[in-house]
Ligand binder design. Structure first.
Ligand code: UDP
Length: 259
């Protein structure tokens, strides 16, 4: 028996070689990092919840015609995805001021933005993912103008869809981060949504109370991060109403049985 080949290990996920050429297995860890990995910790069961939440979001986005790398969920912590060449840009969409924009521009957290804002950050841990402009992207050729147009169009469509989806369950989508990849077909490539969409990379506030239901609970030492991620999954209908811990209990049960 040969052990499957690890392609990459990131802060919250591991990528393994997939069963067929052009596929990868994306494994969701419980590890949490913040402030460019200066703060590290574990959120028990986070990987299971993010795998499930991201599956749900990517499946629904697929239904409205947004191309994504998601193929199918394989088990509690793994999903099969298409192999792409990741564009080295983090695309952040903001509806409400929070986090770095509030700090940088002195806008009070929670202030609705006059229009949806798209920001770009250069994916480079050593540099701390610096904020960049379209000019930088063009100057250093991190992607083509056509690819940037595609990413902008997709970002707006994803934001519109997610705002509605979360509003339907009483959650405000304050901001979120996306990563895109090039899917190659011979000499041609097209841009598709990659990575994950989960409370790790979104700011999600309860609409009634403004309670934070995302990784800010970890970043800001608020506690209750497991419960917050579970609450998002529960509201999206991914956990039974009467058994918040069902997914996590199932995983520990399977581990004990060795399956
Ligand atoms: N974000 C992310 N990964 C990053 C940086 C930001 O997923 O490396 C997400 C973050 O969770 C938030 C949004 O992008 O939903 C905007 O983050 P911000 O620029 O405010 O950065 P922060 O101050 O949270 O690091």
């Amino acid at each position: 028996m040969a052990r499957r080949r690890q392609i990459y290990e990131g802060k919250a996920k591991i990528l393994y070689e997939g069963p067929e050429p052009g596929t990868l297995i994306q494994y969701f860890k419980d590890d949490a990092t913040a402030f460019n990995a200066q703060k590290r910790g574990t959120i028990n069961g986070k990987g299971v919840l993010n795998n499930r939440i991201s599956e749900h979001v990517f499946t629904l986005l697929g239904h409205i015609g947004v191309p994504t790398h998601f193929i199918r969920r394989l088990n509690m912590r793994e999903q099969l995805v298409r192999q792409v060449e990741i564009v080295p840009i983090e695309v952040v969409v903001r509806n409400v001021a929070a986090g770095s924009i509030s700090q940088r521009l002195g806008i009070e957290e929670g202030t609705p933005l006059p229009r949806t804002l798209i920001e770009y950050y250069y994916k480079d841990d050593a540099l701390g993912d610096p904020l960049i402009s379209e000019e930088h992207i063009a100057c250093f050729n991190w992607c083509s103008q056509d690819e940037l147009n595609d990413m902008q169009d997709l970002a707006i469509r994803v934001n519109d869809f997610l705002c509605g989806m979360f509003a339907g369950v009483g959650i405000r989508l304050v901001d979120f981060k996306m990563e895109f990849g090039r899917l190659w077909d011979g000499d041609w490539s097209r841009i598709i949504l990659a990575d994950e969409i989960s409370p790790d990379g979104c700011r999600l506030w309860d609409m009634a109370t403004n309670e934070k239901l995302d990784k800010d609970r970890f970043r800001r030492d608020l506690g209750g991060e497991v419960e917050a991620y579970q609450e998002v999954a529960r509201r999206l209908g991914l956990l039974p109403e009467d058994g918040n811990n069902a997914v996590l209990d199932l995983e520990s049960h399977r581990k004990k049985k060795g399956s």
